[in-house]
Design a protein around this ligand. Sequence first.
Ligand code: ATP
Length: 472
Amino acid sequence: MSELTMEKLVALCKARGFIYPGSEIYGGLANTWDYGNLGVELKNNVKNAWWKKFIRENPYNVGIDCAILMNPQTWVASGHLGGFSDPLMDCRECHERFRADQLIEQYIKEHESDASGENEKKQTESPVDSWSKEEMKQYIDEKGIVCPSCGKKNFTDIREFNLMFKTFQGVTEDAKNTVYLRPETAQGIFVNFKNVQRTSRKKIPFGIGQIGKSFRNEITPGNFIFRIREFEQMELEFFCEPDTDLKWFAYWKQFCIDWLQNLGIKEDEMRVRDHSAEELSFYSKATTDIEFMFPFGWGELWGIADRTDYDLTQHQETANEDLSYFDDQTREKYIPYVIEPSLGADRVTLAFLCNAYDEEQLPDGETRTVLHFHPEIAPVKIGVLPLSKKLTEEAEKVYAELSRFYNCEYDDRGNIGKRYRRQDEIGTPYCVTYDFESQEDGMVTVRERDSMEQERIKITDLQGYFQQKFSY
Ligand code: ATP
């Protein structure tokens, strides 16, 4: 199998209708991407798989869907207005802009990695993003780190750059009307904690999940849809009793690992990285990143954090509203602790694309490109292929029946082998071929994508057959 590169993946995504560059006819808009006819199905399937396991099937959790624009006081309370920033540095020579922490991390990777892994270990114990601006500047000067674009050593001082997008509500563009596009979906959950608890009649422990758009004015977006400025998050805020938080933290960590692995992510493609004491946010008792091996290296996929009672306490103080929970059995009143597993829908979609991609050498010497998607997330579930255009009427009936339950594609163009290859390349798990014999025996050939094995199934049995194949 040849190595997957981002170039290959981006090209396949564009050619087959997964993801196109945004606003392409106008020359594009940097780092924006549009999901095409297959991409929207894939991402919706990923979001539905999350919603099914985290919300619908889970006895503890319920869902919510909040507004993107929130009262700006939300961002005062959450700390985003004061502290949601990246350390930014400009090159005075070529005017490129960089994140100081990323420059240093890259330098360490290239210059200070040693065979024993000791230096990388040291870095994890005191990760660069926990250093002060002064410490970063001093390191850059001492090591003589150069501008990656022009090779010169003439950087400005490091400034903190707030990542929130600003806009105005109403007709006047002044500070009074400034609102922010939410940088995370979590805060909509916290401000509705009391509402949801009351209307759902849930008792602690319980969780509230949300899927929705978030916006961050990232300084260094890139790597396709890995880091973008407009993205979707799937977040759960799980509220529990203060002393039970670490138990629930372990529970949700495992739940997230299982979710990924059940959908086909392999053990050697992911790693679970616990944050060291230095790396933890000041309010967090424990944080773990689940990372995925992308073609460009390891990258964070899922952040799971024990956020203690920080967010609810902050909102309680800022809004001057009681956000405590009263336990009617123990007669105790307390602010619940929160475990937050937070996953990017676009980022995990990219991980599933990388995980699925394969170029297989076939016994006849040909190579087939195939996406081995888990059936649950495959954008097209069944390809319906009449062997000849003379069979259109009957094959269309099979298609119409299966389309009531699954996203199907009808393809009658080209020879059957080419049609199979095309379905392989978009990750369709099953193809149903209607041939001349079908008219006689009422059966069709079902071909499975990965094994390429074929079996004859009665048309009247197809629904039950696929129901079992697609159970998740
Ligand atoms: P990173 O270190 O990559 O910037 P983060 O630690 O800031 O991520 P969180 O604030 O924990 O990320 O967000 C939770 C999840 O949201 C991330 O694990 C990731 O999957 C997703 N995410 C965050 N920022 C982006 C982005 N710019 N583009 C796509 N997904 C994102």
